[in-house]
Ligand binder design. Structure first.
Ligand code: ADP
Length: 429
């Protein structure tokens, strides 16, 4: 490792990719790891994002995993630490944003940090400490009904204060608007008052850029993925296409889709409408014990040379509900994930080198089946969804290009558009 500038700890997988994608767009070369690596990292990159799955764990487990990530990132020489959580500040009454921040502050021996989930480009803004999701306050948005982390208070100073014994304050929009020196002065004033964490208002990218500069010397930042866009400038880095460069694409092309979101349903229909080869996985056949994964792979084998093939369980809400009523929500989900992951691995073993996966949980299952431990982040296909290049022992080439698309991301032509962005190896079709 030459000089790791930013070491990031993300509390979930797709959130990690979202952060990595923002850092690449801002000019950094970024690798995302799945969990805490067991070995040292030797590639020359500017930032590493360690993807954990700690958002809804018991606080003590989230803390210990986050500290393990910190220790590993410090061993790689990270100059600044970034704890990434959701832009809707997803947390339970007990945490885990407060407890993890406390533990990281203790470990880093720092007496001050900020907390800011703002990502104005995606409609997440913070004003007077209140978080807005689009035009709605957080507690009036769909987040109030979230099954695991219902957010019923939009005042982030109050939300965070309930999760920590340190004092929480606010750096408001007037201070942020006045610029870097005003933000730094406010931090000093808060410190003198005994405040250790400050929610920061931000309603525009300009706010994020000013904040980034003001936070240059802070050992720890806690934020959504938005604050990241203001940090590369502190290291003399500006947006550059080379940051997103990946090795040339090799191998055959395929799509595996287990997302049943509105967007993915439209993307599957668009792909089929263009004449794309597609195989539907029927969850009820899985429940009967049919080896649908093998059937799908036998179907795909002769078609792969002609272009991307699609294997999908994606279905309309009525069909999904009918399956869930018969099999149970969890059993249906697990069976489909397991099958699609086996299909993804089988496809890669049959020469697929460019793989699109649709669905957050589906992506997690496929990454695991391919034994992918880290991903180099490449060009953005759609907001929040980059192409990645990942070592995998299941590929004859030793690595695959993968795009992991969660739920509602991407335009209707996502599946065709994605492949058009990869530059083929010279001499390849
Ligand atoms: P998203 O990102 O859209 O939420 P996920 O992959 O995270 O997608 O979640 C979709 C879930 O639905 C997965 O557990 C998947 O296995 C399951 N699933 C996919 N297709 C079907 C289907 N036809 N019937 C029931 N469940 C399904």
């Amino acid at each position: 490792m030459n000089k790791l500038l930013l070491g990031c700890i993300a509390d979930d997988f797709t959130g990690a990719t979202d952060l990595a994608n923002n850092l690449v767009r801002a000019g950094m070369r970024v690798v995302q790891t799945i969990g805490v690596p067991t070995e040292a990292f030797s590639d020359d990159v500017d930032a590493i994002v360690v993807a954990l799955k700690t958002r809804t764990l018991p606080a003590a487990d989230a803390v210990s995993q986050s500290l393990a990530a910190l220790t590993w990132l410090q061993a790689q020489g990270a100059q600044q630490i970034y704890f990434k959580y959701c832009s809707t500040f997803d947390s339970t009454a007990k945490g885990n944003i407060g407890p993890v921040t406390d533990a990281l502050m203790d470990a880093l021996h720092t007496d001050f940090t900020i907390a800011c989930p703002a990502f104005p480009e995606n409609g997440r803004t913070v004003f007077k400490g209140y978080l807005f999701v689009g035009d709605e306050l957080l507690h009036e948005s769909g987040m109030r009904n979230h099954p695991l982390t219902p957010m019923t208070d939009s005042n982030l100073v109050r939300v965070l204060q309930a999760q920590t014994s340190r004092r929480v304050g606010l750096i408001d929009y007037r201070t942020v608007a006045r610029g870097v020196d005003a933000i730094k002065a406010r931090i000093e004033a808060l410190r003198r008052e005994g405040v250790s964490m400050a929610i920061v208002d931000a309603t525009s990218n300009d706010d994020l850029m000013r904040m980034g500069e003001a936070f240059r010397a802070m050992p720890l930042l806690t934020a959504g993925s938005g604050v990241a866009i203001g940090l590369p400038q502190n290291f003399g880095i500006s947006p550059q296409p080379q940051a997103a460069e990946l090795p040339p694409a090799r191998g055959l092309r395929a799509i595996v889709s287990g997302s049943c979101s509105t967007a993915t349903n439209a993307q599957v229909a668009d792909f089929i409408g263009r004449g794309g080869a597609a195989f539907a996985v029927d969850p009820l056949r899985l429940a009967e014990g049919v080896d649908v994964a093998s059937q799908a792979l036998r179907w795909a084998e002769p078609l792969l040379k002609a272009g991307p093939v699609l294997v999908y369980a994606t279905a309309a809400p009525d069909a999904v509900r009918a399956v869930q009523a018969q099999l149970g929500v969890q059993r249906a989900g697990e069976m489909v994930e397991h099958t699609l992951a086996a299909v993804a691995r089988g496809l890669v073993e049959r020469g697929v080198g460019q793989l699109v996966v649709a669905g957050g949980e589906t992506s997690g299952a496929c990454v695991q089946a391919l034994d992918i431990a880290m991903l180099r982040i490449g060009p953005q296909i759609a907001p929040g969804v980059p192409w990645c290049h990942a070592p995998s022992t299941h590929s004859a080439n030793g690595a695959v290009h993968v795009a992991l698309k969660s739920g509602n991301f991407g335009a209707v032509d996502f599946f065709t558009h994605a492949f058009s962005l990869l530059s083929p190896e010279p001499g390849m079709p």
